[in-house]
Write a protein that binds this ligand. Structure first.
Ligand code: NAD
Length: 266
């Protein structure tokens, strides 16, 4: 089987990366950074996001697993002390995988010819470079509201514990194929009105954001920040593609939420 190891780039993660590579080569696995069947990410959630984007054009052929060298991550849940166990499990293929939904983002421009498509594992955020974001929000082709405020965040279920959570969004189990729309500091008064609650859209609905003012936009896709000029609309929906994580032991999502945000309990 073909594998690749992606490191955060610090000394601890790089050392662990070479160890994992040596062990897997000893098991007659093939190092293939172009077309890996499994990618082991060593670092934190950010490292896994980076690895996801590197291999996002072959998601149906690649599974991911994360080792954390810092604090427990949502995607990086193996600790460095467990790598022998992990390597053995990887070498003993076939392994079990779980699939999580992704967010598809399509940006169109007033120049009709152009269209950019992105996939997000966590979320997409939309902000105006100057002043408030003023945008019409359409749901399933119907105008829902005109948003005025800092920005909007559209997240996946597995990304619901990231930026979305800081915005007061709900935590969504990744078995639910949906995306969540959360507001960033909306202006609500006698003149401007938004729903004020996060919305959960099922996989057959979409959300289109149409900027009202002619300013530049800052669009983030996970850890990537992109500047967009001349934006006509930004379409968000559940993507057809899915991300696959290799699972070698049970680690239920709600346990992960508890360990990360509440502590291990009594
Ligand atoms: P980073 O290293 O600053 O990561 C921020 C934190 O987000 C880290 O602690 C990481 O473990 C955590 N994180 C990432 N994905 C997560 C997930 N799915 N569930 C729970 N925690 C998660 O920045 P980065 O490595 O470039 O990561 C980018 C991510 O940072 C973005 O996708 C966004 O979700 C998050 N972010 C959060 C806030 C916020 O909470 N206010 C603001 C900006 C970005």
């Amino acid at each position: 089987m073909k594998f690749a190891v992606s490191s955060k780039g610090d000394e601890v993660s790089d050392t662990l990366k070479s160890k994992i590579q040596t062990y897997l080569l000893d098991f007659d696995m093939t190092l293939d950074e172009k077309e890996p069947e499994i990618v082991i990410s060593v670092g934190g959630d950010g490292t896994l996001l980076y690895a996801f984007h590197r291999y996002s054009d072959r998601l149906d052929k690649t599974a991911f697993v994360g080792v954390h060298t810092g604090h427990l991550g949502f995607y990086a849940d193996w600790v460095p002390q467990e790598i022998e166990k992990l390597v053995l499990a990887i070498a003993k293929t076939p392994y079990h995988t779980v699939e999580y939904p992704l967010l598809e983002v399509v940006v169109t421009y007033h120049d009709e010819e152009r269209e950019e498509r992105y996939l997000a594992l966590n979320e997409c955020t939309i902000k105006s470079i100057e002043g408030s974001l003023v945008a019409d929000v359409e749901i399933k082709g119907q105008l829902f509201e005109t948003f005025r405020g800092d920005g909007l965040c559209l997240s996946t279920p597995s990304g619901s514990t990231a930026y979305n959570k800081a915005l007061g969004g709900a935590i969504i189990h990744p078995s639910i194929r949906a995306i969540q729309l959360a507001e960033m500091a909306s202006i609500n008064n006698r003149v401007f009105r938004t729903v004020g609650s996060p919305l959960l859209l099922p996989d057959h609905h979409n959300c289109v954001i149409k900027p009202r003012n002619d300013v530049d936009f800052q669009v983030t896709i996970d850890h990537l920040t992109l500047l967009h000029k001349d934006v006509k609309s930004i379409l968000c929906r559940v993507a057809n593609e899915k991300v696959r994580f290799a699972r070698f032991r049970p680690f239920p999502f709600w346990k992960r939420v508890q360990d990360s945000f509440i502590g291990k309990g009594e």
